[in-house]
Design a protein around this ligand. Structure first.
Ligand code: PGA
Length: 252
């Protein structure tokens, strides 16, 4: 069954004490309120253990923002999927455009990361999206299709069923420039058709496809009202409890 999900992506923000305080605040906001969507926070590696200790994961899921493309070994500075799993986290963002752009992540690396995440029981929140130049050329659908095909379509239907997708047009990330609800819906519907062509209608209908890119309380309801938009991956606005909860409440 398709789920509505609002996931925070804290990126490289907050110290451990600040992050623990923010996680506690979100956890408390959810204690006496039942959201109409799953709520997840994805936090820096250093924060996973302490945050895990202060949240109720029955109400607030916890994820990492990345994991390594190897299980263990001589990869100085990397953090593996089994390490993330051992903290108690159950989600991992993979293929974020900032990872692709600044750290050279390719579909090949991402295939390895996805496989390891699934092997260790982590739910990948897999990001896709075109840059401005590609949208201006009108090739955004080809770009997004290639990203999905090259990194995910080697999975069998059961494995693919565990993936959450996040469509994040790169030109909308952190820029204040949101895709319109119609632009988001058009791409989400295209993504769902692409999945249906490969795995069939049932798998496509069950897949949660989140929108990300300058999503905030004031535009979330309009985006989430679209039939193929199943929630959001929230950067900047996930760093303030009130804003993040305002987006969660867009599903009420
Ligand atoms: P933003 O980031 O909400 O700050 O635009 C979204 C993301 O990069 O996941």
């Amino acid at each position: 069954m398709r789920k509505n999900i609002v996931a925070g992506n804290w990126k490289m923000n907050t110290t451990v004490p600040e992050g623990v305080a923010l996680a506690k605040e979100v956890n408390e906001a959810l204690a006496n309120y039942t959201p109409k969507c799953d709520v997840v926070i994805c936090v820096p590696f250093t924060h996973l253990c302490p945050v895990c200790g202060v949240i109720d994961q029955a109400k607030l899921g916890l994820g990492a923002e990345n994991c390594a493309d190897h299980k263990s070994g001589a990869y100085t500075g990397e953090v593996s999927a089994p390490m993330v799993q051992s903290t108690g986290a159950t989600y991992v963002i993979l293929g974020h455009s900032e990872r692709r752009q600044y750290y050279g992540e390719t579909s090949e690396t991402l295939r390895a990361k996805v496989a390891l995440a699934l092997e260790y029981g982590l739910t990948p929140i897999f990001c896709i999206g075109e840059v401005l130049e590609e949208r201006e050329k009108g090739i955004q659908e080809d770009v997004v299709r290639d990203q999905i095909v090259n990194a995910l379509f080697q999975l069998d239907a059961e494995q693919f069923g565990k993936i959450i997708l996040a469509y994040e047009p790169v030109w909308a990330i952190g820029t204040g420039k949101t895709a319109t609800a119609d632009q988001a819906e058009e791409m989400h519907a295209f993504i769902r058709r692409t999945i249906a062509d490969r795995y069939g209608e049932k798998v496509a209908q069950d897949c949660s496809i989140l929108y990300g890119g300058s999503c905030k309380p004031s535009n979330a309801a309009e985006l989430f009202a679209k039939p193929d938009v199943d929630g959001g991956l929230i950067g900047g606005a996930s760093l303030k409890c009130a804003d993040f909860m305002g987006i969660v409440k867009a599903f009420d």
